[in-house]
Write a protein that binds this ligand. Structure first.
Ligand code: XMP
Length: 535
């Protein structure tokens, strides 16, 4: 195939994927991404679009269904975000969620009013008519509410299909036009039966085939990369994390030795990790990795640096310097591959409107604060095959590609690595202490079979000392914090309820085996208000 033919094939594949997909119009709800994830659980591709996408563009994309997300506004705000009025005439099934339902009702001739009782949190939904949206559900279910307004008069053609104690129109339907609205959030885990509602909408009402699987994604991504890169070499900076490692496997499958992997050893990885990573890639998978030894350079830059932001900046700046030097040596390259994920790229501007001024307010999505982040002016074209995937989907791609379990199930690890877990000044000696203690923490959690149940578990070396007594000697030494958390996405987190006997073993082993530590403490703070990392 010529590269033009390959490019056409890749366009074709993408269009096919969109034609069997659900489009989400994002009105700024914190749950919009969650809707996409829930839809994808039905093996249906789903993508978020800004709420102002035109009907014409939607028609071109031809999704099987449209979901109007929730949002922070009231439909009667002077500058309330509205969808293109033509979308109601497209003949595509629609589901409005919360604000999306109110907008649908208001735009189609109904009335929305401020509720006398605002509903936040759990509420029991009573289904008054199952129809196609609630098919197969019990007659009552727990739902998750979060609204101040509600629909008071239905538009023509609609009827009520569900209510809660405080919301008489908690779910509405116009079966003929296949328009549905729910005041609650079926995408939120707390809404039991929520997944069933989403599946009913996606599969039964919209008729999506549910054939979007990870092996299909991989085929498309490979075709896409081949079409883009042709016979050019592609540079990938490995971090050791699941995203860049899985990307290396995918790219190697797509372009073989035209993939050039580089690993910059900053000296902040966990015990044995850099060696293990390179060995696994080279020996087991025959993917060559250029191993860049840069430990001393990074440590030099951290001399006397204590402030966490200064640390991150110093590491980030040095990373770019090393990256530029080394890529020049290995290059030139036309393409740089990055493991960017969907949540990093979702267009957030334009989804939130300030009701008073009508100005668009950029929604703050988690800043990626990745030291691997590269400046915009590098002369590369980007290849980002995971830019439409969520983290759990990358893990599924990894499983399909037989990425070793040691990489696939590994906990997230911050770009600046142990440098932001050695609080205060980072030195070779302090890194060594932390590395040993951290090793014990993770080994013990693994041997208790709990590694997969926690989102992250690691040690933090405090910049303070405390007294102790070992044998007959008084000691004055360092303290290690054990941080172990559970989380769905890293945005919020709870501290893991690790068993006492496990904590006991970790503590005993650390003080016995790691010279320089005489006290171990457990961090019992949630995020928010704390962050997962300490710096
Ligand atoms: P915080 O500490 O903000 O961390 O609660 C949330 C998640 O992000 C990870 N993290 C980073 N990841 N580069 C990364 O790639 C970074 O600089 C960075 N800082 C924090 C953190 O480990 C947690 O999973």
């Amino acid at each position: 195939m010529t590269s033009t033919q390959m490019a056409q094939k890749s366009e074709q594949l993408r269009d096919n994927a969109l034609q069997d997909s659900i489009a989400i119009l994002d009105f700024g709800s914190q749950y919009s991404q969650l809707i996409a994830r829930r839809i994808r659980e039905t093996n249906t591709y789903s993508e978020l679009f800004p709420y102002h996408i035109t009907a014409q563009e939607l028609k071109r994309l031809n999704p099987k269904g449209i979901i109007l997300s929730g949002g922070p506004n009231s439909v009667y705000d002077q500058h309330a975000p509205k969808a293109d009025p033509e979308i109601w005439k497209l003949g595509i099934p629609m589901l409005g969620v919360c604000y999306g339902m109110q907008l649908m009702a208001a735009e189609l001739g109904g009335t929305v009013e401020q509720s006398t009782v605002r509903e936040y949190g759990r509420a029991t939904l009573t289904i008054v008519h199952h129809g196609s949206l609630f098919a197969g559900l019990e007659s009552t279910m727990e739902s998750w509410m979060s609204h101040g307004d509600s629909v008071s008069k239905l538009p023509d053609g609609f009827s009520t299909i569900g209510r809660t104690m405080d919301c008489p129109q908690a779910a509405i339907a116009d079966e003929e036009r296949r328009f549905y609205g729910v005041q609650f959030h079926p995408e939120v885990v707390h809404s039991r039966g929520g997944q069933a509602i989403i599946t009913n909408f996606v599969k039964n009402i919209c008729g999506a085939s549910g054939s979007w699987t990870m092996d299909k994604f991989i085929d498309e991504a490979i075709a896409d990369v081949r079409a883009k890169a042709g016979d050019k070499r592609v540079l990938l900076a490995l971090s050791g994390g699941v995203d860049s490692s899985t990307l290396a496997f995918l790219l190697h499958k797509a372009i073989g030795d035209n993939l050039v992997c580089m690993f910059i050893d900053q000296g902040f990885m966990r015990k044995n990790e850099p060696e293990w990573l390179v060995e696994t890639f080279e020996r087991d998978f025959k993917i060559h990795v250029h191993f860049i030894k840069a430990r001393d350079r990074f440590l030099d830059k951290l001399k006397g640096v204590i402030d966490p932001e200064d640390k991150r900046k110093a590491i980030g700046a040095e990373f770019i310097r090393v990256f530029e030097e080394e890529s020049n040596k290995l290059g030139p390259f036309d393409y740089l591959a990055q493991g960017t994920l969907y949540p990093d790229v979702i267009e957030s501007s334009g989804t939130n409107i300030d009701p008073k001024t009508g100005e668009r307010v950029a929604v703050k999505i988690k800043s990626h604060h990745n030291v691997g982040g590269l400046p915009k002016d590098l002369q590369f074209k980007l290849i980002e095959p995971f830019a439409k995937l969520f983290k759990d989907e990358v893990r599924r791609v990894a499983a399909e590609l037989d990425v070793p379990e040691g990489i696939r199930v590994r906990h997230p690890f911050p770009g600046p690595g142990l440098a932001i877990r050695v609080l205060g000044e980072v030195t070779k000696e302090r890194l060594k202490i932390l590395r040993e203690a951290d090793w014990i923490i993770r080994e013990e959690i693994k041997s208790h079979g709990l590694y997969r149940q926690v989102w992250q578990a690691f040690g933090v070396l405090l910049p303070t000392k405390s007294t102790g007594v070992m044998g007959d000697q008084r000691t004055y030494q360092n303290q290690i914090v054990i941080r172990a958390i559970t989380s769905e996405d890293g945005m919020t987190a709870d501290w893991a309820r690790l068993p006492y006997d496990l904590l006991e073993t970790i503590s005993r082993r650390i003080v016995n085996e790691v010279a320089g530590i005489n006290r171990v403490v457990y961090d019992v703070t949630t995020k928010p208000p704390a962050t997962i990392e300490w710096e």
